[in-house]
Design a protein around this ligand. Structure first.
Ligand SMILES: Nc1nc2c(ncn2[C@@H]2O[C@H](COP(=O)(O)OP(=O)(O)O)[C@@H](O)[C@H]2O)c(=O)[nH]1
Ligand SMILES: [Mg+2]
Length: 312
């Protein structure tokens, strides 16, 4: 059987192979991605973001356990754009999630790719497409909450979970950075530690200050202790409630925004590649006044065969 057929039939090894092909940017990646996307399968896409050490991986692990018990299949893409060489952290994630290793209803993949704009990368979104079209019920994307990746995750996920912990000054920082708006659900994790209920009160107070109408979704605050799984059932119930709030119309609007974002990333990456392809010879001619930057830009952004023509 061909690779794409094995993938479509639910072969996890074929999925892993396809992801490697896409991540390595092999020539056959484009055609394989198109074939995968044509399957038109969709998952519930949940973004989990928050500071390093807030317990995102532990929480994801607990969510997997609950969802598996309910018969749902789950994929996890653990992205760490802040540290492209953080082999240690990634290994830690792998080991932690290893208890699901023998389970064919769970697939975990760590990625260490930073996007051209500092947030999610093109490749990550392509891997997400592969996970969705494979047919998982749920796909979790874990990203470290730093700057752009947090904003990006909210564009990509159906539901965005912001994980905070007591006594880290997280909440105050989140208010400052304007990150609060991206959360569909707030999780106060490590609720076994002192200061958790105070953080819950602070979050609710801050929400009370923001203008909202009855139509708006007021992000619920859920207390969890990910390390023993408590509160995780409530988190799943809140995600369910958010799904109900979205309905088909708002969900479709979110998906459309995600598609717009995907296209934008593609365009951006290609433009950057084209700009980098500017040859020194052409630059020297511009410097001498024999050609113009505008002319070169036109040339670089036009079709491949045109680009092989010399710059006038
Ligand atoms: N006390 C306590 N520790 C936790 C809890 N959840 C996670 N941890 C610990 O916090 C550390 C960081 O967790 P991890 O899931 O790797 O965080 P991540 O960097 O956000 O993915 C680990 O040592 C976890 O065991 C919790 O609810 N309570
Ligand atoms: Mg982690």
């Amino acid at each position: 059987m061909k690779l794409i057929e094995r993938y479509a039939a639910g072969d996890l090894r074929a999925l892993a192979r396809l992801i490697t092909v896409v991540e390595s940017g092999l020539p056959e990646a484009g055609a394989l991605l198109r074939a995968a996307r044509r399957l038109g399968r969709r998952s519930r896409v949940v973004g989990i973001t928050g500071s390093p050490g807030s317990g995102k991986s532990t929480l994801t692990d607990a969510l997997i356990a609950q969802l598996r018990a309910a018969g749902q299949t789950v994929a996890v893409a653990a992205v760490d754009p802040s540290s492209p060489f953080s082999g240690g952290a990634i290994l830690g994630d792998r080991i932690r999630m290893l208890r699901h290793h023998a389970d064919t209803g769970v697939f975990v993949r760590s990625m260490a790719s930073r996007g051209a704009l500092g947030g999610l990368s093109n490749r990550t979104l392509q891997v997400l497409a592969l996970l969705e079209n494979f047919g998982f019920d749920y796909v979790f994307i874990e990203t470290v909450g730093v700057g752009q990746s947090e904003v990006d995750i909210a564009r990509v996920a159906d539901h965005t979970v912001l994980v905070l912990t007591p006594n880290q000054g997280d909440a105050v920082q989140a208010f400052k950075a304007g990150v609060m708006e991206i959360a569909d659900v707030f999780v106060v994790n490590k609720s076994d530690l002192p200061g958790a209920s105070r953080l819950v009160r602070e979050l609710r107070a801050a929400q009370g200050l923001a203008a909202h109408t009855a139509e708006d979704w007021l992000a619920p605050v859920v207390q969890t202790t990910a390390s023993d799984g408590s509160g995780v059932d409530t988190l799943l119930a809140r995600l369910e409630a958010h799904r109900a709030h979205l309905g088909e119309v708002r969900l479709e609007a979110r998906r459309l925004e995600r598609t717009r974002f995907e296209v934008r990333l593609q365009v951006h990456e290609r433009v950057l590649r084209a700009a980098q392809a500017a040859e020194e010879d052409a630059l020297r001619r511009i410097l001498k006044g024999e050609a113009s930057p505008e002319e070169l830009a036109d040339r670089l952004l036009s079709l491949e065969e045109v680009q092989t023509q010399p710059l006038r």
